[in-house]
Every structure is written in C-alpha cells, then in structure tokens.
Design a binder for this molecule. Structure first.
Ligand code: PEP
Ligand code: MG
Length: 781
C-alpha cells in the first residue's frame, strides 16, 4: 500500500484546526457542533457525532452530531454496555467496524436514521485515562479505517476531553460547586503559600506517574556566601546550645541518608556519608567553631562559615588528591550545618512521614541520586529536557517528574502542596479538593495498570510470530541492577559507569570500581552486562575534570575523548572491568566514538591492559566482547566501516538526536525540537541497523527512544536484536513487544521511513499502536 502524504498532511491540518477552534471556544455546544462539522468535512465521512457520559457515568447521551437527525440530540441515550459506541468506552480504545450492522454489539436507534451508514469508527474521549464520552465517525460507503484515522480521531478525542472538562469545571465554579476561595480546613493538605494561591503550571513530562507532596525548594546559590549574617551575639550560651542542636540534627540527617542510600547504592557509593560523619565528630573542627563563639562572641552561622572557609583555604594549598577529597566533604558538611542553623534545611517544612517533592532550578544527576536517598517522591525543575540525565535517573527510580518549567518555577514556594503529573507535564500548586480527589483516583488507576502490565514479565520478550528481542536494562546505580533483575531483563545493555565518578570529588580507584562492578554483576540479571566506559562531560559534570571553561561542552572535551587523553584513568577503569569480567558475562562499550582512529586506540588500550593483567597473573575474560555506542551522526554514516571492528553496536538515540538535529538535550527552550522520531534521526538509526546486519554483528538500541511504546514496532521492524531501557520501563516495553508481529513490523518500518516530517511519523506510529490490543496503555499515559 502506498502512503498518501496528502492524506497525512490533511489530518495534521484537522488537528491544528480543531486545536484552534477549541482554544477560541466559549460555548460547549457550539464548539462541539463545530468539531463535528469539521471532522465530517475533513475526514471525508458522512457523520460525526459526540456522545457524552451523563452524571451517573453509565449512560452515553448524543450531545452533538453532523449527519444524524439533529432532533435526536439529547434524546438518544445508551447504556455503556450497549452498542458499538458503548464498546469503545468498555474497551477504552477505538473500535473500527467495516460493516456495523453485522457486528454483534450493533444497536439500532430509529430516531437517528443511521441504518444508511455502513462503516463506523468509535473512539473514546479520555481525560487522564478516564472516559468522558465517545466520538463516532460513520460512512455511507463501506470503508476500512486506517491506523492514521484511528490516531487522528484519538487525538481529537483528547482535545475534546480537555475542553469538556474545563468547561464543566468552569460551570461548576460559576454555580459555586467548587471552592476557589481560601482553602477550607477540610481541604486536604493545603498549607503553605498564600491563602487560596493555587495554580497549574506546565512543563515537560519527564518521568511518568503521579506524585503528591510538599514542595521542598532547593535554592540556588552557595550557602557559604551567606550575606547579611549577624556577626556577633550577646548570649553565647544560647548560641552554643543552638550549635549543638544543629550538629545533632545534621548527624541524624546524615545517618538517615547513609542508611537509605546504602540500600540503594553500593557501599562504595554510600561511603561519602561516613566521611561526613567523621568530620562532624572531629573535635578539632568543632572546637574551632565553639571557640569562635565563646571567645570572639561570633554568631553560630558566622563561626561555621569562617571555620569551614579557613579549612578549605588551608587544604587548597596542599596538592594531594586525598586532601582534595576532604575539601569537598568539609564544604558539604559546612552547608548542612549552615542549613540546620538557619533552620533552612531543604526539608524543614516537611513533617515527619510527609512526602516531599524536589523543586529546583536545575537538578544535577548528583541531586537526583540524593533525591532518591532523601525519600523524595517527585521532581520538578526549571531547566532540563525529558532526556537529560536527571530525567533519566528519575525514570529509573520510578519518581514522577516534570522539567523545563522555566520562569513558572517561581510560582512554587517552599511548603506548597503539589501534584506532579509526570505524564502530562502539569504541576498543580495547592490544588483544591476536587482536583486532589481526581488525581488520587488517577494514581490508583495508574498503579493498577502497572501491576497488570508487570504480569507480562512472566513470559519472555518475543513477538507473536516468535521473534525474540533481547530486552535489556539501562543501569546507572546498583538499585537499577536489582530492579532489572526483578523485571527479568535479558542483561544490562548499558551500564552508565560515570555515576560512580559523579558522586565523588576524585577519580575512583581500581579497587573501588572493582567492588561496584562486581556488585552490579552479582545483583543484576544473570546475563550479559555491558560496561560503558566513562562518559564524562556534557551535562554529566565531573568534579575531577578541571580545565578551562568551554563554551560548547557538549561538543567539547568529553566522553571517549577524555578517556583517550587521560590514559591512566581509562586504564584503571579497564582493569576494574576486566577483573570483574570473571564473575559473570561482561562486555566493554565505548561511548561517543566518532572516528575510526578513536576506536582503534581504545581497542589498543584494552589489549595493553589485558597484557598487563596477564603479566601480573590476574584473571579476566580474554574473549570479552567489545562494542561501541552509535550516538554521533558520523558513526552512523560510517557504520559499515565501524561494524568490521566491533562485536556489537548500541544506538544512543539521546545524543544521536542532539547531534543530528543540533538541539541541546538539556535546553528547555528548544525542547520542542528534540525528537528522536525525526525522520533524519530514523534514517541514521536504520543505516546503523542495516550495516550491523550486513556485517552479522548484534545491534541494540539504548537511548530513551526504546522506552516509547510507539517506537517499538518500528525498532522491531528495523531488525534490532535488542532494546535496552530504563528498568522501570521493562514491563511496558515487554507488554508491547508481546503484542507485535515481527512480519507486520517490517512493513511498519518501511512505511515510517518514507515520511519527511516528525508529525507524520508520530501520527502514523500512534495509529499502529492504537490498532493493537493493548488495553492498559491508555491508563498509563
Ligand atoms: C544516548 O546518548 O542515547 C545514551 C544512551 O547515552 P547517555 O544518555 O548516557 O548520553
Ligand atoms: Mg550518550
């Protein structure tokens, strides 16, 4: 079947027209009538009708129509278990029927005179996965509705849903059904902020799920730069008492974090906290602070700041990596003490047991790790894109997140109650009772859908016609490896080793790395673990990499370029990976390879390292596989040349998209342009897959695209052997794979690769997905 590009363009035009129409809408009935007219005209059909559920939620009432008898509006009603229209609500997905009268659920309503219409497409109108009604399209001539038709009508349904919901809300407010004034006492958890200050702010959906809790605003700026701090105090005893209280709070805080983080990270990664505790117990350090208060009558804040600054200054003059470690630790402890003394702990408004949501202008990967350790349940940030590393970490922790709020972040204050909707990108600030109730229900729904999907974990990731896909996990920290094992991943397709480096100020030693790598092998799935060598730079800031500030860090000294320059650092890592390779099945993978010479040099260094280990009598797997990331367009374009030199490819669509489309993956201002489904990116992905198959090497994909349900048929169709995704996405991706026929997917890929715009690709792929039998999918998004 050939693709009708005009057809898709036309459908895009309808969606745009409907969006414009809805944005101007004042009157519900009028707008719905307009929508029906527009759909009939633009989709070349004879009828378009909208049925809305009544207050009981059990009856569908014909509310608007173009084509059926207008007198039947408001009169025709059916129970949700009646008719094909009811079936769309029951199944929560579009139902397309070529000959409606022959369908067992067909129900005839004489008043509509619809017997003259043969084919019917019924699509539910869903808001947050909850049905509000149905939109129907009917034709006089027999018609096979296409996947694009399904996708377009689904999108129209979503737009109509938002309008209907908004309209109902407004109506309810006008009729005083909803409290928009100051929050009542009965309103659950509406403290913080000004009375009645509530709003919805919109950002980029970064990690799915719904989180509710108190905003924990982490302010930017260095606390060590406290301005306007009172220098002297009268009552030194009171100040000393306050200091002791603060120290004890910080001690509890660190112990708490250490305990929690030790469960989620390795002992090595958690070690940072014992150093902090040691500093806090150090009599030399504390003695100086106490003395400054007692003798010089300094305030606690002033004394702590000065003593910490004094230590830092002293240590900076000593050129020793061990001491460098201590500087960062002392600064960290100092900040915690200042926070505690000024009672500005980021968690200070959080009551015990209450859930907190991290709110920050920029969430760095290290903050994201800390977020997990502090038991925060949601993440909101002013900067960042959906595929920035903080977002990736939030997804791997299963923490709902919204990023890229820009200036709207100012609308959120510390202590506000928030609902973070990680699927839509909305953050509700001090929502009212109704909204809260709605989201509690949606969260229950989301959880139950996830539980059902997790059932797919019992069987392997294979298509209906028996094609086995290696479904692997992307791992950043030990906890990911455990989750990957729980969800029965077929190995780890990408272990981002750099997170071990991010959490410490100096390079980890060979022994430290060996310990962590061994734990990943032991805790992770009993299958291949792909160790990606250090991928530093870009947004993965590393304290160890001191150097001139670069104006384009993403195009600068990063990743394999750093490893090939700092040979000793690279070899230390290779030694640790090679030694750990005897504990299971491991592979080495190089990031950001752009030139053949880089690959040659990296391989050479692996060989050198092996020879050194052999001389020392150390064990390692001599046949360890070597692979490379394809994440720079140059590598994809030369994939046939690279394929001769490696055992496998892994396509990193995050960076490949960034470099192909010239869109910074962390810049929210251009986030709308970042799309791995852009046809240019797809061409490069396909080129890589083709080259791999020709050279008979494995080809995997480990970018975030692998977690997009609509991309799975495309990737299976392009011939990918494996897909590696964030561990929490494993059940969903497996669930989609199990519904696919590999043979059909090849056709899907062929067709998708012919499009010239990302919208065409997306509409088409969503249509394909909508045509599959995946009832739980809507409830998850
Ligand atoms: C990628 O770029 O797609 C990738 C998987 O690597 P990272 O996200 O760690 O840069
Ligand atoms: Mg990358």
């Amino acid at each position: 079947m050939s693709i009708d590009h005009n057809d898709i363009a036309k459908k895009l035009a309808i969606l745009e027209e409907i969006a414009a129409l809805i944005s101007r809408s004042h009157e519900l009935q009028d707008t719905l009538d307009h929508v029906c007219r527009l759909v009939t005209r633009q989709m070349d059909c004879d009828v378009c009708s909208i049925y809305l559920l009544d207050e009981t939620g059990e009856n569908l009432v014909l509310t608007s129509t173009e084509g059926l008898d207008p007198a039947s509006v408001g009169k025709v009603q059916m129970h949700v278990d009646e008719g094909i229209t009811g079936l769309a609500v029951e199944e929560m997905k579009p139902v397309a029927v070529k000959n409606a009268a022959e369908h067992p659920r067909y129900k005839y309503f004489p008043e509509t005179q619809e017997e003259q219409y043969i084919s019917l497409l019924s699509s539910p109108i869903l808001e947050q996965g909850r049905p509000l009604g149905v939109i129907n399209v009917q034709t006089r001539d027999e018609r096979q509705f296409s996947p694009e038709d399904l996708s377009v009508i689904g999108s129209i349904g979503t737009q109509v849903a938002v309008m209907v919901q908004n309209y109902r809300l407004l109506q309810a407010v006008n009729e005083h059904k909803l409290p928009l004034g100051p929050p009542s006492r009965a309103t659950e958890r509406q403290r913080g902020g000004e009375e009645g200050r509530h709003s919805v702010v919109r950002g980029i959906a970064a990690s799915p799920g719904i989180a509710m809790g108190t905003a924990v605003v982490v302010e930017e700026g260095d606390l060590m730069q406290l301005f306007g701090v009172k220098e002297f105090v009268e009552d030194t005893d009171a100040e000393l008492y306050a200091l002791d209280q603060a120290i004890s709070r910080v001690r509890d805080e660190i112990k708490d974090a250490e305990l929690r983080i030790a469960e989620r990270l390795s002992d090595e990664e958690a070690k940072i906290f014992s150093t902090h505790l040691m500093i806090l117990e150090d009599e030399g350090f504390l003695g100086k602070i106490r003395e400054a208060i007692r003798v010089q009558k300094h305030s606690g804040l002033y004394a702590v700041r000065n003593v910490v600054a004094h230590y830092v200054q002293l240590f900076e003059q000593i050129d020793d990596p061990y001491i460098a470690d201590k500087i960062a630790d002392i600064e960290d402890v100092g900040k915690r003490m200042l926070n505690s003394l000024s009672r500005k702990s980021p968690d200070h408004k959080r009551k015990k047991g209450e859930r907190g949501i991290l709110v920050a202008t920029r969430v760095m990967p290290s903050d994201a790790i800390e977020m997990e350790a502090r038991g925060l349940v949601g993440m909101v940030s002013g900067e960042g894109g959906a595929d920035s590393h903080a977002s990736i970490l939030a997804r791997s922790f299963g923490i709902p997140g919204v990023v890229g709020l820009e200036n709207q972040l100012r609308m959120i204050r510390d202590g506000d109650f928030l609902i973070v909707d990680g699927a839509s990108g909305n953050v509700y600030v001090n929502p009212d009772k109704e909204v809260l109730k709605e989201f509690k229900r949606a969260r229950r729904d989301y959880r139950s859908a996830r539980e059902e999907i997790e059932g797919s974990t019992k069987a392997e990731a294979a298509t209906t016609d028996g094609r086995r896909i290696r479904l692997m996990a992307n791992v950043s920290i030990i906890a990911d490896a455990k989750t990957a094992r729980t969800y029965r991943a077929d190995g780890v397709g990408l272990y981002r080793t750099e997170f071990l480096y991010i959490t410490r100020p100096t390079f980890p030693t060979e022994e430290e790395q060996y310990k962590v790598y061994s734990q990943v092998i032991k805790n992770g799935p009993d299958d291949l673990i792909v160790f990606r060598t250090l991928d530093a730079g870009g947004d993965k800031y590393m304290p160890q990499l001191k150097g001139p500030i670069e104006s384009n860090p993403v195009l600068g000294w990063r990743s394999i370029r750093v490893s090939l320059d700092l040979v000793h650092v690279f070899k230390t890592q290779l030694r640790a990976i090679l030694r750990a390779s005897t504990l299971g099945k491991a592979a080495i993978m190089f990031p950001m390879i752009t030139n053949l010479s880089e690959l040659d040099r990296a391989r050479e260094l692996v060989e050198e390292t092996k020879a050194e280990l052999k001389r020392e009598g150390q064990d390692f797997d001599p046949d360890i596989e070597i692979g490379m990331m394809v994440e720079v367009p140059a590598a994809a374009l030369l994939a046939d040349k690279f394929a001769k030199k490696v055992d496998f490819f892994s396509v990193g669509t995050n960076d490949l998209t960034q470099y192909t489309l010239a869109v910074d993956r962390n810049n929210q201002r251009v986030a709308g342009l970042f799309d791995p489904l852009h046809p240019a990116v797809l061409q490069l992905i396909n080129l890589t897959s083709k080259a791999a198959r020709k050279a008979k090497i494995r080809v995997n994909l480990c970018g975030e695209l692998g977690g997009y349900p609509e991309a799975i048929p495309l990737l299976v169709g392009m011939g990918f052997d494996g897909i590696s995704v964030s561990p929490t996405s494993l059940p969903l991706v497996r669930y989609v794979i199990q519904a696919l026929s590999a043979k059909d997917c090849e056709q899907v890929a062929k067709k998708a690769l012919r499009f010239g715009t990302r919208d065409e690709v997306t509409i088409y792929l969503r249509g394909v997905l909508a045509g599959l039998d995946l009832p739980e999918l809507d409830r998850l998004r």
